[in-house]
Design a protein around this ligand. Structure first.
Ligand code: CDT
Length: 328
């Protein structure tokens, strides 16, 4: 039987700070309906799809920021999204700010916050939960930056690893994996998914369109190049389809980049958004394409050399190499 699925990248335009959750949820439902109308079986929304990109706003006390987070899913506010998923028979990736009351490493139960994505099956059940591992930015207010990027303040590092699950998409069972935004730049994250024979990597992002760090020059057009370079390389090197979905446009004066893409296992872009607004991009993905890479050049069992990779799992920062000494 042919394993072909129709994938939709549901890019969102900006969500202003003052925009109500009901308005955002209505936008999501409308995109789900459009996706269904265009024959899609799986829909991918951006990172933190229910709110503005709030880590740009400094708060002294995180409890003041509870309104940006969901205490459970479905919550009363997000129930219409779950209802639409069930009604339309869709599989869906949804990024959101998660509040969890659970034990930390020391066994103490406390209020914890994560940058999370879930995969929701057509039944409305959550089949996979992922908490972002690579949190960019900083924890304290930065006097150097033009714009704050406070993910390290708002969120704890994800503690669920990089799960992959085989779950229904239309009539087909597919190996589904997730990343969130900055994760796409880390080959280690992709390889964790590749080692579980992922066939579709879903990832949402909120990426400033210009460098806001004030620490050297970066040409604006390279921002998008780096995003797509990372996704295309991740797909090719792990023989998987990938969907990268932006929250785009001008949020309260801050520009986020768009160019959401669907990429095949050869690393080619199959479809790309052209606006910075709510926009649906759809492509048919023949999962048989994952076989070529997986059984030839990226046949991991045959070609990976663990004995040469010790640094990758034991060292974080880079070290200087020894200095070459000319023979005397
Ligand atoms: N949300 C998020 O992770 N954004 C980061 C911004 C880094 S600035 C290049 C990203 O990697 O897109």
């Amino acid at each position: 039987m042919k394993r072909v699925i129709t994938v939709a990248a549901a890019q969102l335009g900006p969500i202003q700070k003052a925009e109500g959750r009901d308005v955002v949820v209505a936008r999501l439902v409308r995109l789900l309906e459009q996706a269904h109308h265009r024959g899609a079986q799986v829909v991918v929304f951006p990172e933190l799809a229910l709110t503005t990109f709030f880590p740009r706003w400094y708060v002294e006390d995180l409890d003041e920021a509870d309104a940006w987070f969901e205490p459970s899913l479905p919550s009363p506010a997000t129930q219409p999204v779950f209802d639409a998923i069930r009604r339309l028979g869709l599989t869906c990736y949804l990024g959101y700010g998660e509040i969890a009351h659970e034990a930390d490493e020391t066994g103490v139960v406390r209020k914890r916050r994560f940058n999370t994505a879930v995969v929701i099956a057509p039944s409305g059940e959550i089949v996979l939960k992922y908490r972002k591992v690579h949190l960019p930015g900083h924890k304290e207010f930065s006097t150097v930056r033009k714009v704050q990027h406070l993910e390290k303040r708002y969120f704890e590092v994800g503690n669920l690893g990089f799960p992959v699950v085989r779950a229904p998409v239309g009539g087909v069972d597919v190996n589904l994996g997730t990343l969130i935004c900055n994760d796409r730049r880390w080959p280690e994250a992709w390889r964790e998914l590749g080692l579980q024979q992922v066939e579709l990597v879903m990832l949402g992002y909120n990426t400033p369109a210009v460098n806001q760090e004030n620490r050297g020059f970066e040409a604006n057009h390279l921002r998008n190049f780096h995003s797509q370079l990372s996704i295309q390389a991740g797909c090719y090197q792990n023989a998987t389809f990938g969907v990268g979905v932006a929250k785009a446009g001008n949020e309260d004066g801050f520009e986020l980049m768009g160019h959401s893409v669907i990429v095949n296992p050869q690393g080619e872009i199959m479809a790309m958004a052209t606006s910075c607004a709510d926009e649906l991009v759809v492509a048919d993905c023949d999962l048989a394409m994952c076989e070529l890479g997986r059984t030839t050049i990226f046949n991991f069992a045959q070609h990976r050399r663990l004995e040469a990779y010790a640094r990758i799992a034991t060292q974080t920062g880079s070290t200087e190499p020894p200095v070459w000494q000319p023979a005397r």
